[in-house]
Ligand binder design. Structure first.
Ligand SMILES: NC(=O)c1ccc[n+]([C@@H]2O[C@H](COP(=O)([O-])OP(=O)(O)OC[C@H]3O[C@@H](n4cnc5c(N)ncnc54)[C@H](O)[C@@H]3O)[C@@H](O)[C@H]2O)c1
Length: 384
């Protein structure tokens, strides 16, 4: 189901795409970006279907729902952006209540969604799942605990996604017979995803030899001091150049791609690895933390060169799954519980998909998609 909305005041267009419904419900964030298109929202909604379905697993309270996404074609920094968001949320509210559980995405802050919905008495962004939970008070208590936890200076909800990506990297290295402690990684992006990925890769003993942010590429073949950079990072994921050490180098932000490292983690923007630039890559493993960073034609070339690409809908799925593990009670909201479920699940999923890809002579993306297709068939069968 596609909905196109038009803001009566500015004329801006907004979109909601519900790609699949499972038990009458779909999950996916809302983004605001000048130039956002229905096509983009469709692609992201399909990605949400995959990120949900890949997590079907015996014995879990969280049973995947369907995938959706919303997008508003408006500059989030322009005056009046929050008013546009408010009019969108008011008009779309019946769809949210009935079907669409939403959270923040690019250009939209969770605080703004929550403030608008509370002030306009429109319920919560997760109203659509009320019909699926037995004990709303227990859900609220777990969520409060989960979203207030700070782990070594970083909010837990900004860590779980990158912890999942790092777990996927480590599992893929072991799968290839390589020791993480003798491996190097470069990350594009140092926000929620890139920052947490860097933290947990460094913790596992990888040397983080380069990190790109919107302003440039900082690098050091001996390894960057990730915790020092995290401690001084700005709210947009910007690296404080003043926190760099004497030996650290600063270069152009596009230098990350060709850096000498075993692992590349694109964790910033979509479409960063293209047919035009993929020949510069020397890494043998790429793990997608961003959504859609590797274009299909580039992936074909990389696969032909023996590079392993772990797809976004597996590697970056932990944030979305974690919200539901908290909601449905697979975790109590604590870091200990959250860390265990993220690492166990992402390690097993990555290892399983890589083994299936090898056995069948297909790409990890195709193997992960086959798992999604089988899980979706099972979910739809139990829906009837
Ligand atoms: N946050 C999540 O839980 C989550 C979950 C799944 C997927 N994603 C995807 O991961 C990506 C990053 O999300 P985030 O929440 O970490 O964003 P963020 O806004 O917290 O951080 C973005 C980072 O990318 C850097 N950056 C921006 N443009 C760049 C460029 N051209 N070159 C190099 N660096 C650049 C910024 O400086 C910043 O460090 C997005 O594609 C997002 O859709 C995020």
């Amino acid at each position: 189901m596609d909905i196109t909305w038009q803001d009566p005041d500015t004329g801006a267009l907004g979109y909601v795409v519900i790609d699949t419904l499972v038990r009458g419900t779909a999950s996916g964030g809302l983004r605001m970006r000048k130039g956002c298109t229905l096509e983009e929202v469709r692609g992201l909604a399909q990605g949400m279907t995959r990120k949900e379905a890949i997590h079907l697993r015996e014995g879990r309270h969280y049973v995947p729902v369907g995938g959706a996404k919303g997008g508003i074609d408006f500059d989030p920094r322009a005056p009046g952006a929050k008013d546009v968001l408010e009019r969108f949320l008011v008009d779309i509210n019946p769809i949210m209540h009935a079907y669409w559980a939403l959270g923040e995405d690019l250009g939209v802050r969770q605080d703004d969604i929550d403030e608008i919905l509370a002030r306009r008495e429109l319920g919560s962004g997760l109203s659509a799942v009320n019909k699926l939970v037995d004990d709303p008070a227990a859900v609220e208590a777990r969520a409060t605990k989960a979203f207030s936890a700070i782990v070594d200076g970083v909010a837990q909800d900004e860590l779980v996604g990158g912890l999942g990506v790092a777990t996927s990297v480590i599992a893929a290295l072991y799968d290839a017979g390589r020791d993480p402690r003798e491996s190097t990684a470069v990350i594009q992006g140092f926000g929620s995803m890139g920052g947490a990925t860097a933290r947990y890769l460094a913790e596992a003993g990888l040397r983080i030899v380069g990190i790109a942010d919107a302003d440039g590429f900082v690098s050091n073949p001996a390894g960057l001091d990730v915790e020092a950079l995290l401690a001084t990072r700005d709210q947009f994921g910007g690296i404080d150049r003043g926190a760099l050490r004497h030996e650290d180098q600063v270069g152009d932000r596009d230098d990350w791609l060709a850096a000498d490292a075993d692992v590349l983690v694109p964790a910033a923007v979509s479409y960063s690895i293209t047919p035009d630039n993929c020949d510069r890559i020397v890494a043998s493993l790429i793990v997608e933390a961003a959504n859609m960073p590797v274009l299909p034609a580039a992936e074909e070339t990389l696969l032909a060169h023996g590079v392993t690409v772990i797809p976004d809908f597996l590697a970056n799925s932990a944030t979305n799954a974690w919200w539901w593990w908290v909601t449905f009670g697979d975790v109590d909201g604590s870091w200990e519980d959250s860390r265990t479920i993220v690492t166990t699940t992402l390690r097993e999923l990555t290892t399983e998909v890589l083994a299936a890809a090898r056995d069948q002579g297909i790409s990890p993306r195709a193997a992960a998609q086959a798992k999604v297709d089988a899980n979706l068939a099972a979910l739809h069968a139990s829906d009837h």
